[in-house]
Design a protein around this ligand. Structure first.
Ligand code: PSU
Ligand code: MN
Length: 308
């Protein structure tokens, strides 16, 4: 089996049993505009260090599956144009060709598991797109959560998706969807999706115990933790609804589909909200990084209590 190229800092933390939090790179290359993307990539890593854990940003660089990037690598990725967006389907192809690519939630989970990292923080996961009943556009992130044992902390699924269908799909796949500290499912830029979350937990310790118990049962797959955006940073659902409708119809009009759809919608919403969506996105990513660091610390503290 191929081993990922783990950075010295991440390797030392794993070796010592210190908490480590994985981070994806598609959010840097496709989710946010330069140069804010680089500021945010650095700020998220700092947030995790300040919370006592080691950040491990993941990407494929010149064919190597890198877990933990140098600042120069982060900067090169943030500035690069037309970097491939890698999911389960294309990660090996990119590596075999010696190319560079950014990892989505699905690909980051695969790399994290290979490196022995069980907690991962991001903004939002992919899900079932609106109109999926005809387009069949369902993110590979959902299937990955069903089979790879990593707990993913996100701010729910983006409101550009069909959230009721996304929840149904996750239920079918056997993925626990845990709202943190509230009953409602959060909807990325907004605290509430207007839907009840299947599960609720109020502490990092509870989430860590559930993760370890799932593994002890021999069940493959991870957990989705849906962490609401801080109240002061949220954009209320009613404000966003027309913006999302506009962006979705613009995408249809321009024939945007497949891999290009999520980045297009994020960029269009950024324009339509005059940048407000980006500020909200940054606040929620930092918030997720803090919670993920707490979960990773609790997992380390409790691991001995569960059979492996
Ligand atoms: N959330 C963001 N920005 C992003 C993404 C999520 O705020 O760029 C990315 C993540 O990498 C996620 C991917 O895994 O979009 C989902 O893409 P798709 O729907 O094509 O699977
Ligand atoms: Mn898709």
């Amino acid at each position: 089996m191929i081993r990922p190229q783990v950075s010295p800092a991440v390797a030392a933390a794993l070796e010592a049993g210190r908490p480590v939090v994985a981070l994806e790179s598609t959010i840097i290359t496709h989710g946010m505009p330069w140069p804010r993307n680089l500021d945010v990539a650095r700020a998220v890593e700092t947030e995790i260090r300040d919370a006592g854990a080691e950040p491990a940003t993941i990407a494929v660089i010149d064919g190597a599956l890198c877990v933990g990037l140098t600042d120069a690598q982060l900067e090169a990725l943030a500035q690069a144009r037309q970097v491939a967006k890698l999911s389960r389907a294309d990660m090996a192809v990119c590596m075999a060709a010696g190319r560079t690519g950014a990892t989505t939630v699905a690909a980051t989970m695969i790399a994290a598991q290979l490196a022995g990292i069980e907690v991962f923080a991001t903004g939002g996961i992919g899900g079932v797109h609106k109109g999926a009943e005809t387009s069949f556009d369902v993110s590979a992130d959902l299937q990955e959560l069903a089979q790879t044992g990593v707990t993913v902390v996100a701010a729910g699924a983006k409101a550009i998706l069909d959230l009721p269908k996304t929840l149904e799909r996750l239920e079918t796949l056997g993925v626990p969807v845990i709202a943190y500290g509230q009953d409602q499912l959060p909807a990325f830029w907004s605290r509430e999706a207007g839907l009840r979350a299947p599960l609720r937990m109020d502490s990092a310790a509870e989430i860590a115990r559930a993760h370890l118990m799932r593994a002890a049962l021999g069940l493959p797959g991870g957990q989705l933790v849906a962490n609401p955006i801080p109240a002061e940073a949220e954009i209320p659902r009613a404000t966003l609804a027309p913006v999302i409708a506009q962006a979705t119809s613009d995408a249809a009009q321009h024939g945007i589909s497949g891999k290009a759809l999520t980045p297009y919608l994020l960029q269009r919403i950024f324009e339509l909200t005059e940048g407000r969506s980006l500020e909200a996105n940054i606040a929620l990513v930092l918030n997720n990084a803090r919670l993920a660091a707490g979960i990773a610390a609790e997992m380390g503290a409790r691991r001995g209590n569960f059979p492996s």
